[in-house]
Design a protein around this ligand. Structure first.
Ligand SMILES: Cc1cc2nc3c(=O)[nH]c(=O)nc-3n(C[C@H](O)[C@H](O)[C@H](O)COP(=O)(O)OP(=O)(O)OC[C@H]3O[C@@H](n4cnc5c(N)ncnc54)[C@H](O)[C@@H]3O)c2cc1C
Length: 391
């Protein structure tokens, strides 16, 4: 049987992979999207907070199918419980709110349903999808294509591609196959844990609690999840504490200024995972290969948010590759550098700037000074005048 041949093979069907696939397939590329999971988005390792703008920018219509709860702003707390409220229902009442002609600022989405929705959109654009298919390695043939080695169910399968896209998340292997430097420092990898709980009152705001006292190196959060449910979580940098994330989360729930608010809540689900609070990869391309999303460290180093950047990175990657391959250009590393340059111009330079801000905060040895700076930075980051509001 001849080896199946595609323009793009994409490893990983999270927001980055599905969005790359959708835009590339829509412009006529033959795309294969594979994911090792048999159920997309499961187990959930994400709180699902994403701005409306992030969805609309990539043509995703907010849909009750995947939305848990609309969001209208932020409550940012310092370690003592003083808070800055940035409620767009008050700041821009003509635009934001639940009423007729108003809109939410963002949403908490159900990642299982959201990922499935995005994958379906990619499929409708013409992408072929193989679940329970793991990417194993790749080999450029020096002739404009590469072989991609996969395990589909229990069978090894080889396919050909002009470009392999690594959208395989935080623990990406695809970049390593090409010898890219993908190592992430332990000092920049937040260990995150969240409980899904009931009986917590929320106000349509994403609440973010800063301070070394509660979450060394990161922050704690309370996100509304609809129907009286909420996500209470936090991320810590393991080198900044000798306790683990669970110890900090228990302590936050039992001893913080929120303890009364949490006293009747029961833990219904436990979710966790790593978040890179790192810089983007310096090189995100090789011969016949690019990386996108968490795999390329397209993650906001201050908030740890990666859905928006995965969607925008996927949009950019899909469009770039379609334009590039449809012109018949050879996908050498030299040519694919253009993808990274476009990404830097659109998003990446701002992410590098954010990385510098974050490094500046955590380089401070004085904890009180660091706490004050993180609180101020978070509060200004989410304000209507923030220069970063598009990421
Ligand atoms: C606890 C927690 C809370 C978070 N909360 C938020 C939040 O509220 N808002 C936000 O914006 N971000 C949040 N994030 C970050 C966000 O989840 C990620 O940045 C985002 O999912 C990145 O999307 P992606 O498509 O790059 O990767 P992923 O969503 O990780 O998708 C990668 C896919 O690749 C597949 N895969 C991996 N290796 C292979 C292989 N070899 N072969 C085949 N398939 C493979 C995986 O199965 C997976 O489906 C959170 C993260 C954590 C851990």
């Amino acid at each position: 049987m001849p080896t199946p041949s595609y323009d793009l093979v994409i490893i990983g069907s999270g927001p980055a992979g599905s969005t790359t696939a959708r835009f590339a397939a829509r412009q006529g590329l033959k795309v294969l999207l594979v994911d090792k999971r048999q159920e997309l988005g499961a187990p959930i390792q994400c709180s699902g907070a994403v701005s409306r703008h992030a969805l609309e920018e990539v043509g995703v219509t907010p849909d009750a199918e995947f939305i848990h709860e609309p969001i209208y702003g932020f409550g940012i707390y310092n370690e003592k419980g003083d808070r800055t409220v940035i409620d767009y229902r008050r700041l821009k009442a003509d635009e934001y709110g639940p009423g007729e002609g108003q809109k939410p600022l963002g949403y908490v989405v159900d990642r299982r349903r959201f990922d499935r929705y995005l994958m379906t959109q990619a499929e409708r654009a013409g992408t072929e999808v193989w679940l329970k298919t793991e990417g194993l390695s790749y080999k450029p043939d020096g002739n404009g294509s590469c072989e991609v080695f996969l395990r589909r169910f229990n069978q090894e399968v080889t396919v050909k591609a002009r470009v392999l896209v690594g959208a395989d998340g935080l623990q990406s292997q695809v970049g390593k196959w090409a010898g890219l430097r993908t190592h992430i420092r332990i000092t920049e990898l937040a260990s995150c844990l969240q409980f899904i709980v009931d009986q917590v009152e929320t106000e349509g705001l994403l609440e973010i609690i800063t301070g070394h006292e509660w979450a060394p190196g990161g922050y704690a959060w309370v996100f509304p999840k609809g129907h009286g449910y909420a996500e209470i979580g936090l991320g810590v940098i393991p080198t900044m504490t000798d306790k683990n994330a669970q110890w900090h989360l228990d302590r936050f729930i039992r001893h913080s200024f929120f303890k009364e608010r949490f006293k009747n809540s029961r833990i219904l689900e436990i979710q966790g995972g790593g978040v890179p609070l790192a810089s983007p990869l310096r090189t995100q391309y090789a011969d016949n290969l690019i990386l996108v999303g968490d795999a390329a460290r397209h993650v906001n180093p201050i908030t740890g948010g990666g859905i928006h950047t995965a969607l925008s990175g996927g949009h950019l990657a899909g469009n770039f590759l379609a334009g590039f391959l449809n012109q018949g250009k050879p996908p050498t590393a030299q040519n694919l550098e253009g993808y990274q340059n476009c990404w830097l111009e659109e998003l990446g330079n701002k992410m590098w700037k954010l990385y510098d801000v974050k490094t500046g905060i955590f380089r401070k040895n004085d904890i009180r000074e660091r706490d004050a700076l993180l609180y101020q930075t978070m509060a200004s980051y989410f304000s209507p005048h923030s220069e970063y509001k598009k990421i």
